[in-house]
Design a protein around this ligand. Structure first.
Ligand SMILES: C[S@@+](CC[C@H](N)C(=O)[O-])C[C@H]1O[C@@H](n2cnc3c(N)ncnc32)[C@H](O)[C@@H]1O
Length: 214
């Protein structure tokens, strides 16, 4: 099962559990606000937006925000929550956008199902889509109890549904190297501990990069 089918299956439950999560995540909110400030005018994209709660946070603070996600069910829920916002079904591996169209982008936990070659393709696509100097914020799981950075786990049930999807726990140094190779310059890296109830208890990384000038 690819991530699209898995997320179509869990979309409703995922939305119910996570739609208010940013309320409990001041560091995430601060990084998203910093990204908006760095992006300035122009379109800011939520790449792998899921049910759109991060997109809505961005849209409340920026006039031009768009969401893209592989899962049609996720996109339907995102549109239901925010009919005035633009959401597109599309893949990080072939972003449905012209070169340098975006002032900046976030990819919050949307790279976690990509294997290393796919991750490099996705970063190449983000580098193509983001204009020179535009910011990119990438968030992902680093490690959790019994899972080290660089390991892959397999989910067969999730949110009460049967799924079959891999989750990659990633070493920030490797992801940084992939971002730089794709055409980004690193601006900041943060690794944080789990915030407590309501969040999968993983150590998480947030990498903030800028599109290197072409
Ligand atoms: C863990 S969820 C994160 C959703 C949201 N960004 C959040 O922070 O809650 C991962 C999302 O990435 C999407 N996704 C997975 N692979 C993708 C791909 N190749 N292109 C676009 N979206 C993808 C999934 O459909 C899912 O909505």
């Amino acid at each position: 099962m690819n991530p699209r089918r898995a997320y179509d299956a869990v979309a409703r439950a995922y939305d119910e559990q996570l739609r208010d999560e940013l309320r409990h995540k001041p560091l995430d909110r601060a990084l998203l606000a910093a990204l908006l400030e760095q992006a300035g005018d122009g379109t800011v994209a939520d790449a792998g937006c899921g049910p759109g709660h991060v997109t809505r946070f961005l849209a409340a603070r920026h006039p031009d925000v768009t969401g893209v996600d592989l899962s049609p069910a996720m996109v339907r829920i995102a549109r239901d929550h925010a009919p005035a916002l633009s959401f597109t079904v599309g893949s990080l591996l072939a972003l449905p956008v012209r070169d340098a169209a975006w002032a900046g982008a976030v990819a919050m936990y949307s790279i976690i199902h990509l294997d290393p070659p796919e991750r490099r393709t996705a970063f190449g696509e983000l580098a193509r889509a983001i204009r020179d100097d535009g910011p990119l914020l990438v968030a992902f799981h680093v490690e959790a109890a019994g899972v080290a950075a660089g390991e892959t786990t397999h989910l067969s049930t999730w949110f009460g549904s049967e799924v079959a999807v891999d989750v990659h726990f990633l070493d920030p140094a490797e992801v940084t190297a992939d971002l730089v190779a794709a055409g980004f310059t690193m601006a900041a890296s943060l690794v944080r501990e789990p915030v407590g109830a309501g969040e999968f208890p993983s150590r998480r990384a947030y990498l903030l990069a800028r599109r290197t000038k072409r």
